[in-house]
Write a protein that binds this ligand. Structure first.
Ligand code: GAR
Length: 201
């Protein structure tokens, strides 16, 4: 299945998807970043994947940015759009357009800790467990139907950095697996619920 991947930063999740692309039947058509200096762009170039940079600071409105983003995505006619560390809030028009085929990875056990600084907030809240969620993207920030989660134990001396490292390891394992379910046609969104093999998740 053809896919487009959106990033904003280091792109370690992008790398794990690139490394597993063949196995998970994903044909990565392009990587798009809203930041020029995102290291993920280099990872994509090293893998001979076309890249685009769309600097959000050059757009006066969210709508204008999303429209341009959508134009780039549509050139590739992807069956899946993957948000791999893409740190932009998207307009309802945009999320509606790609409803059911856009997936996001978020570093918390949603619905806990939407938004930013999830690791520090989990520590501050005294959580004994933390982790990662993958969900369909809707217009509600980090609020679409949850597809899969991996749990990570919070250790006594954890810092946001040490915790984020262990969560990232789980991210890199979980995301390709979920993408594979989607490319195989086993995963879909119905009535705002994720359905895998005909069963509600
Ligand atoms: C990952 O931890 C991802 O879950 C998170 O950004 C990081 C990107 O790292 N995404 C979000 O916070 C989205 N709300 P990466 O660029 O190395 O893949």
């Amino acid at each position: 299945m053809k896919g487009v991947i959106l990033i904003s930063g280091s792109g370690s999740n992008l790398q794990s998807i690139i490394d597993n692309a063949e196995e998970i039947d994903l044909d990565i058509q392009a990587v798009i970043s809203n930041k020029e200096d995102a290291y993920g762009l280099k990872r994509a170039q090293d893998a001979n994947i076309p890249t685009h940079t769309l600097n959000h600071t050059q757009f006066s409105t969210r709508e204008a940015f999303d429209q341009q983003l959508s134009q780039i995505i549509d050139q590739y006619n992807p069956g899946i759009i993957i948000l791999a560390g893409f740190m932009r809030i998207l307009t309802a028009e945009f999320t509606q357009k790609y409803l059911g085929k856009m997936l996001n990875i978020h570093p918390s056990l949603l619905p806990k800790f939407t938004g930013l600084n999830t690791h520090q907030r989990a520590l501050d809240a005294g959580e004994s467990e933390h982790g990662v969620s993958i969900h369909f993207v809707t217009d509600e920030l980090d609020g679409g139907a949850i597809i899969a989660q991996s749990h990570v134990q919070v250790l006594k001396n954890d810092t946001a950095k040490s915790l984020s490292k262990r969560v990232l390891i789980e991210e890199h394992k979980l995301f390709p697996k979920v993408i594979h379910c989607f490319t195989q046609g086993r995963l879909s969104l119905k009535d705002n619920r994720a359905i895998l093999d005909g069963q509600c998740l």
